[in-house]
Design a protein around this ligand. Structure first.
Ligand code: PEP
Length: 254
């Protein structure tokens, strides 16, 4: 597939996989995906598997991401993990503002923006997640919600920082539900986000920015989704937990 921007496909393992299970998964992915050069491939294990997985991906085309991090650099924040701690395990990307964290941990846009700043300061690339709920879509609020989340989560980001950022459009109603946005719905939302980036930054920044789609991506729908002009990759939950399905999503996207 000839794309304007290099595809980035990331697996969000969520709270799945012990270190040993994670190792099994990446060993399989390394074999299946060894020859893939057209896609930036990222795996995002839980914190407890980062050490084992980081060693396993060292000599491969797999890159490592984390699922969250603190907005603080150090100190009395029990249970939190700082960017510098992620860097110790050669983590390159960090998912910020996933809808599950927005929902269960009540993470607001302003906090996500602070985490993004801490990520940039540590040379980590944030994958900033945005997306509307079903009620918001049905009320015709999709673009308003996306604009609030994108502006709020990227508040204070410079053009240079935006160049290091991936945006993940994840309609909440499509996450883990088996309901995928139609290609038209995905393209429309992605084009809207890109137009927003033009207004927030400039044409060049917006044209270069990678916008992933997330929400029940599977081998069977990956090709069609990735063929949309403004869809530059995928953030994959459930289907990233098996070698076969994650590898096939990537192969079907090329
Ligand atoms: C996700 O959690 O980012 C996600 C897209 O999950 P799933 O692929 O399972 O819908």
């Amino acid at each position: 597939m000839n794309k304007e921007r290099k595809l980035i496909i990331a697996g969000n393992w969520k709270m799945n996989k012990t270190a040993a299970e994670g190792l099994d998964l990446v060993r399989g992915l390394k074999i299946e995906l060894a020859s893939v050069k057209e896609v930036d491939i990222v795996v995002c294990p839980p914190f407890t598997a980062l050490s084992a997985v980081s060693k396993a991906v060292l000599d491969s085309n797999l890159r490592l991401g984390a699922q969250n991090m603190s907005e603080h650099n150090v100190g009395a924040y029990t249970g939190e993990i700082a960017a510098v701690m992620l860097k110790e395990f050669s983590v390159r990307y960090v998912i910020l503002g996933h809808s599950e964290r927005r929902q269960y941990q009540k993470e607001p846009d302003a906090l996500i923006a602070k985490k993004a700043q801490a990520a940039y300061a540590a040379s980590l690339k944030p994958i900033v997640c945005v997306g509307e709920t079903l009620a918001e879509r049905e009320a015709g609020q999709t673009q308003k919600v996306l604009e609030t989340q994108v502006r709020g989560s990227l508040a204070g980001a410079t053009k240079e920082q935006m160049a290091e950022t991936v945006v993940a459009y994840e309609p909440v109603w499509a996450i883990g539900t088996g309901k995928t946005a139609t290609t038209a719905q995905a393209q429309e939302a992605h084009a809207f986000i890109r137009s927003l980036l033009v207004r927030m930054f400039d044409e060049t920044v917006a044209r270069r920015a990678r916008i992933q789609y997330g929400g029940s991506v599977k081998p069977a729908n990956a090709r069609e989704l990735m063929s949309q002009p403004d869809v530059d990759g995928a953030l994959v939950g459930g289907a990233s937990l098996e070698v076969r399905s994650f590898a096939d999503i990537i192969k079907n996207s090329i």
